[in-house]
Design a protein around this ligand. Structure first.
Ligand SMILES: [Zn+2]
Length: 164
């Protein structure tokens, strides 16, 4: 799919936060979890949507079993910012306590923008979390890319998915 890329994605501020080396981590996701992310991005278009990834992280293997959309509290700039509802986070976190599963990442969409992280994204990213970005153009999924912070937390590293 050929899609226009806004000029800012070529700027130093954007390119400098992407590591030149990809992560060697493995990543698997349940078909239903992937569908949840895709549908949320499509239904939310042209606004940014966000949500939580639930699963297990065994060493360097991210295993996502469930994705849950959570309210984006940023209504002023809903087209290019997200602010995940902290109450929803706490509720899901509580629910998972005592189980083998936990919150292991945050997904969000980029309406009419590529699946590349922005300087805002890295400013809000947490160590040890997985950050998929869903690029959606004209209500259609263009691409999903998966990111995690590099060791020094200054850059995002691409995590290769195992989705066919
Ligand atoms: Zn973003």
């Amino acid at each position: 799919m050929k899609t226009p890329v806004p000029e800012r994605f070529f700027s130093e501020a954007y390119t400098s936060i992407i590591s030149s080396t990809a992560s060697t981590d493995a990543l698997t996701i349940a078909t239903r979890a992937l569908a949840t992310m895709q549908q949320a991005a499509i239904h939310g278009y042209p606004h940014e949507i966000c949500g939580l990834l639930i699963g297990t992280l065994g060493g360097t293997h991210w295993q996502i079993t469930e994705a849950r959309q959570v309210a984006n509290l940023n209504r002023e700039r809903a087209s290019d910012r997200f602010h995940l509802d902290p109450a929803a986070y706490q509720q899901i976190d509580r629910e998972l306590r005592g189980t083998t599963h936990e919150i292991i990442g945050v997904f969000h969409s980029h309406p009419d923008c590529p699946a590349m992280p922005s300087p805002t994204d890295i400013g809000h990213a947490w160590e040890g979390f997985l950050y998929p970005i869903i690029s959606v153009y004209a209500s259609e999924i263009a691409e999903i890319s998966w990111w995690r912070l590099s060791e020094n937390s200054k850059q995002f590293q691409l995590v290769t998915d195992n989705i066919s």
